[in-house]
Design a protein around this ligand. Structure first.
Ligand SMILES: Nc1ncnc2c1ncn2[C@@H]1O[C@H](COP(=O)(O)OP(=O)(O)OP(=O)(O)O)[C@@H](O)[C@H]1O
Length: 303
């Protein structure tokens, strides 16, 4: 559905996307991960021609977005980072204007809008002004808008950023349902768990290039297999001293503690008991560990 070969986008001397190769296949849920500024939105915006590529090849449904963006836009739905709803109009008015814009036949508009409002649990807000909706409601409404054209491809650019866990879970359920019904989905997110549970395949972008590609499980096996121990904050100085003299551990630190990753569970428990440390939590490594490793945010002791 989307094929990119050596795809590039430069803004002056700056290469925001610097030679990406990837393919999104029909029916899959494909994730684009990467730190702030990695090039995710630039890539997304190139797929429907809002940003023109400056090098390489890109086709969407077999069309070139630089010259055939109309053909592409008629078959895709987008949830952009910015809601872009008219605050002074009602929910229904906003959706009707959008239906007219994308060419939904007049006779079908109200029925389609009502069905989708119902689907996103927003039917009771049909006649409410946008400015009276909560952030989570607006986000659900942007989903409604993206689905009005019955898209084959749904692009979700950070769809759940800033939402509470309940709304996030509701949206994940809807994304899963759409995926099961055959819609192809491209998702960018900063929530690693979201990508891990929703995506069949993903890429991690870093500084405009692909750092890794595969299923979430494959990525974990390839790049960060093993277990992570989260040590008590009171032990952090002691642990840092121990691992500064060793070359066989990989760790990172955040506000909740020091994370030490080892290949096996016994390595982790041995480290813990050998050094008489306070109780630790243990979990299998996950996509966040892969992300931290590949985007250089993890301090790698054993390079
Ligand atoms: N119109 C523009 N002019 C100049 N630089 C730009 C422009 N658009 C994006 N950039 C730069 O390109 C880089 C990639 O930006 P992009 O928005 O694609 O990143 P992103 O991965 O989506 O980040 P985020 O997670 O913060 O949304 C950034 O350094 C950004 O400042």
């Amino acid at each position: 559905m989307i094929i990119a070969k050596n795809l590039k986008k430069s803004f002056g001397d700056f290469h925001a996307v610097n030679g990406i190769d990837l393919e999104v296949k029909k029916g899959e849920c494909f994730g684009l991960l990467g730190p702030n500024g990695a090039g995710k939105s630039t890539f997304i915006n190139m797929t429907y021609g809002t940003v023109r590529r400056t090098g390489g090849e890109l086709t969407v449904f077999g069309f070139d977005p630089n010259n055939q963006s109309r053909e592409i836009k008629s078959r895709l739905g987008v949830v952009t980072q910015d809601n872009a709803l008219d605050e002074s109009l009602t929910v229904l008015e906003n959706m009707q204007i959008y239906c007219a814009f994308i060419g939904v036949p007049k006779s079908e508009r109200t029925k389609r809008i009502d069905e989708l409002l119902e689907y996103m649990n927003l039917a009771h807000k049909r006649d409410a002004l946008i400015q009276t909706l909560s952030g989570g409601m607006k986000r659900r409404l942007v989903f409604v808008r993206a689905l009005l054209g019955k898209p084959e491809l749904l692009i979700l650019d950070e769809p759940t950023t800033g939402l509470d866990p309940a709304v996030r879970h509701l949206l994940w359920g809807k994304v899963r349902e759409l995926h099961q019904n055959g819609t192809t989905i491209v998702l960018t997110t900063h929530y690693m768990h979201e990508a891990e549970v929703l995506c069949d395949r993903l890429v991690i972008l870093n500084q405009g290039t692909v750092a890794a590609e595969g299923s979430p499980q494959k990525m974990i096996l390839d790049h960060a297999p093993g277990y992570v121990g989260i040590f008590n904050l009171n032990d952090v100085d002691k642990i840092k001293k121990i691992i500064s003299t060793s070359d066989s551990y990989i760790f990172h630190e955040d506000a909740s503690g020091l994370y030490l990753r080892t290949q096996t569970l016994s390595d982790l428990t041995a480290f813990h008991s050998d050094h008489g440390l306070l109780p630790l939590q243990i979990r299998p490594s996950n996509l966040e560990d892969v992300f931290l490793k590949l985007t250089g945010k993890e301090l790698a002791i054993d390079a």
